[in-house]
Write a protein that binds this ligand. Structure first.
Ligand SMILES: [Zn+2]
Length: 157
């Protein structure tokens, strides 16, 4: 499952910072299995055999991957992935897809309930934008076979 760190492009949010913030919450390690910084470097967080802490209710059966960013300079949700981040994200997902071919690649928001806005954008609402791009679309070619196929008669009904 893909996440963004929810930080602005003008702000550096390193692997170390992210890990420290998660440890401050009382967690035993960074919540993600992988963290991709703006320079494209893939930092290994929790080992895969260890349950992550990145999406309540789904940690037991998912791999958490986060990229640094997700907000533009003004704080708006935005696909801020750098070219280097896109390249290493794709390489990482290709490798994981080979290892776990039946695993669905999705964004955090694909699982969030669409909370209704009250006119204010609270930080916790960013969750529904996370990871700020369409993971199913971007990595459609790496999805399990058949996942994105429409029933053949769907156009006729
Ligand atoms: Zn997320």
């Amino acid at each position: 499952m893909l996440h963004c760190s929810g930080t602005r492009t003008t702000q550096s949010y390193t692997f170390r910072r992210c890990k420290e913030d998660h440890l401050k919450r009382g967690w035993k390690d960074i919540g993600y299995h992988y963290y991709i910084t703006r320079d494209g470097q893939v930092h290994e967080g929790r080992p895969l055999w260890q349950e992550g802490a990145h999406c309540k209710g789904h940690n037991k059966h998912s791999i958490g991957i986060c990229y640094e960013g997700g907000l533009d300079a003004l704080g708006n949700a935005c696909d801020t992935r750098t070219k280097a981040q896109r390249e290493s994200m794709r390489a990482l997902l290709t490798r994981l897809h080979d290892q776990f071919p039946s695993t669905i690649i999705m964004g955090h928001r694909d699982l969030s309930p669409d909370l209704d806005g009250d006119g204010h954008v609270e930080p916790e609402e960013w969750l529904k934008f996370c990871p700020c791009f369409d993971a199913l679309w971007d990595y459609g070619d790496l999805e399990p076979e058949g996942l994105l196929d429409w029933p053949s008669d769907s156009m006729e009904n």
